[in-house]
Design a protein around this ligand. Structure first.
Ligand code: NCD
Length: 320
């Protein structure tokens, strides 16, 4: 028989968040991000214990509504909820009555009638979470809405980078790839800038939106030059599912100009941190050698994602 020790977390953190939902980084303040990071530190300690569970949200029921594919984000939210002892229900698009013609608001109101307290929404339409927050009476967390925002991803990216290189103030952060269709890029830009970093984007001109410079983000189309400038880089996947036309001649040419490989990394003669939100297309935006190298923190990002999501749900729960 194994003796088990019951580690119960006694500390209470008072939520000072300025928001009642997590709809996007652009709606947060620097203070909000700082409180989320401080709370994440506590939950990171919790999930590294032998018993990775605390009773903080045992009175809450949370519904995860995923109308778009997801591996990491969906499992990360669900694990975060279970580690906070919340009750969890899951719905995915193919299995929902939205495919029978029901509106999103009707679907969510039906779920809320069953005494659900919080909704985590992933949706292909930009603005879906903001729309829902205005039309239903519940706490909404955006788990990615089309090309708009993916706030929990940006928070876990910034937190992971912060753990490696300290404060992001005056640090140079590069985002490479499909900036035009990436919600990760937009949320990253808001988060890094709020934390005081300089942001540059790199990719084919056809995948960089014209308005990006109005966000105080500079553009560099030469990957080597851009890498020499940065302290950390976030490599993004080409969002083929959001493209109705071709944005570059061939994948081979894209890889030649914008793929991250060991040869380019060696040529810049400095150590930079490499991130990727996943899913990775090995051999396209990043080679296996780089993705699996010491400089890459891709799996740290995934680990931190659970603690970040625990922190967000814990802080928002006290506002319900
Ligand atoms: C990202 C997403 O879904 O926006 N992935 C994720 O949530 N980890 C990035 C992507 O799909 O390329």
């Amino acid at each position: 028989m194994t003796m088990r020790i019951l580690y119960i977390w006694k500390e209470i953190i008072m939520s000072n968040l300025s928001v009642n939902h997590l709809l996007g980084i652009k709606y947060l303040s620097l203070k909000d991000i700082e409180q989320i990071f401080e709370t994440t530190d506590h939950f990171k300690e919790v999930i590294n214990r032998k018993i990775k569970k605390v009773p903080s949200l045992r009175d809450l029921t949370i519904a995860n509504l995923f109308f778009e594919n997801s591996t990491r984000t969906k499992i990360s939210f669900e694990l975060a909820q279970k580690r906070l002892s919340a009750d969890v229900v899951n719905l995915s698009s193919s299995a929902s009555s939205v495919s029978k013609g029901e509106t999103l608001i009707d679907t969510v109101n039906n779920i809320l009638s069953m005494k659900v307290d919080m909704i985590v929404l992933r949706h292909p339409s930009p603005g879906a979470s903001v729309f829902l927050s205005k039309n239903v009476n519940s706490c909404i967390i955006n788990a990615g809405d089309g090309t708009h925002e993916h706030p929990t991803q940006a928070l876990l990216d910034a937190y992971s980078l912060n753990q490696k290189i300290g404060s992001l103030k005056n640090k140079n952060i590069l985002i490479v790839g499909d900036i035009l269709h990436s919600r990760v890029a937009m949320s990253n830009i808001y988060a890094y800038q709020m934390l005081g970093a300089n942001v540059k984007v790199c990719g084919p001109k056809s995948l960089i939106p014209k308005y990006i410079e109005s966000f105080d983000v500079s553009i560099e189309t030469n990957l080597t030059k851009a890498l020499k400038w940065c302290d950390g880089v976030n490599m993004l996947r080409i969002q083929n599912e959001r493209m109705s036309e071709s944005y570059f001649p061939t994948v081979r040419e894209y890889v030649q100009q914008f793929g991250l490989n060991k040869k380019i990394l060696d040529s810049i003669e400095k150590e930079i941190i490499i991130m990727h939100p996943g899913p990775i297309n090995r051999g396209v935006e990043i080679t296996s050698e780089v993705a699996d190298s010491e400089q890459a923190i891709i799996l740290d990002q995934v680990e931190n994602g659970v603690a970040i999501r625990m922190a967000i749900m814990y802080l928002l729960a006290s506002k319900i």
